[in-house]
Design a protein around this ligand. Structure first.
Ligand code: G4P
Length: 304
């Protein structure tokens, strides 16, 4: 609730962005949607489903280099069952993006076949990249289009000002991505977006966010956190305090204190600087120093 409360500017921006996207979508054959592989559900805006009606859909789980590979695979299967062509990518590795081209061709098989039947040959497939802010759209466009690409410029019949990037002979891509704001269906979605750093930290309770992050990582990836901060496994386990105000957070609080002690987050009078320790933890997670972690699962009854 705290998170969504601060997003009252959302509707205005959203309406404008959505309207622009609606226009753009008319021009394209395939929508390439980027989500964050660490939160494949919360970083996916369901609005695109209604905007994309009748178009081929590709879903790229970006930043897969930071996510748990097995979980990424499970999410790919999950989205494939929903009719997407899904692929894990790392937009920072140009040479890993070749598979995307094959996927675009596959996504447009029907259109190419339709064209062929109507006697139209070699009409390029048109693609558009969409996704929430910070998911990696610009990085992807730059890497995928590469140096070899050329802007095709304005063409008759195309909305003025739209730039298309040519990818080989067969694909053209709109050079401006469609931006979708995240959708806060519930507080968990907001928290997960905040954990990966997609929401400005200034509007959040950073300590609460860090505690939630520690809780999740300790539960699902205990070795990652224990090894990173050289924690004593037994002491961590023993820190569970049934009598605490919030027993569920007692272990996370202990871990936070250990991080603070080990990283010198101590204020005057020997008090623990929780804010500083929280920032260290979140920074370590967001930069991948805590290892490859996925914050959402798609199995039944599991954290999603
Ligand atoms: P956007 O257009 O969707 O808003 O996202 P953008 O491309 O600006 O990417 C946001 C951040 O995510 C950038 O980091 C970018 O380098 C990083 N990024 C994009 N794709 C990947 C990926 O597949 N893996 C990893 N690990 N990172 C990715 P930044 O810190 O803001 O900038 P920079 O310091 O990396 O240049």
């Amino acid at each position: 609730e705290e998170v969504s409360m601060h997003f009252q500017w959302y509707p205005g921006h959203m309406t404008k962005a959505k309207r622009a996207m609606q226009e753009d979508i008319k021009l394209i054959d395939v929508i390439i949607e980027l989500v964050d592989a660490r939160i494949p559900r919360s970083s996916k805006n369901p609005d695109i489903d209604s905007l994309a009606q009748g178009k081929s859909r590709i879903l790229l789980l970006n930043k897969s280099d930071m996510a748990d590979a097995a979980k990424t695979q499970a999410w790919i299967s999950y989205y494939e069952k929903q009719g997407f062509l899904a692929l894990a990518v790392n937009s920072k590795k140009k040479n890993e993006l070749k598979q995307v081209n094959a996927l675009v061709q596959k996504a447009c098989e029907k259109k190419i076949e339709r064209d062929r039947k109507r006697g139209i040959k070699n009409r390029p497939v048109r693609a558009m990249i969409v996704g929430i802010p910070n998911v990696g759209k610009s990085t992807f466009i730059n890497a995928f289009a590469g140096k070899a690409s050329a802007k095709t410029g304005n063409k008759p019949g195309v909305t003025k000002g739209k730039q298309w990037i040519k990818l080989g002979k067969n694909v053209e891509m709109l050079d401006t991505p469609g931006i979708l704001w995240p959708k806060f269906d519930n507080q968990d979605v907001g928290m997960r977006l905040a954990m990966i750093g997609s929401i400005n930290d200034n509007i959040l309770n950073i300590e609460e966010l860090a505690i939630d992050t520690i809780n999740y990582i300790y539960k699902c990836y205990p070795d990652n956190i224990i090894e990173r901060y050289e924690l004593d496994r037994e002491s961590v386990a023993a820190s569970y305090d049934e009598g605490a105000i919030n027993p569920d957070n007692s272990v996370a609080l202990y871990i936070m204190e250990q991080i603070a002690i080990k990283r010198g987050c101590i204020k005057k009078g020997n008090a623990i600087d929780y804010e500083k320790a929280s920032n260290i933890l979140l920074d370590d997670f967001r930069s991948g120093r805590l290892g490859r972690i996925t914050l959402e699962r798609n199995e039944d009854n599991a954290n999603s």
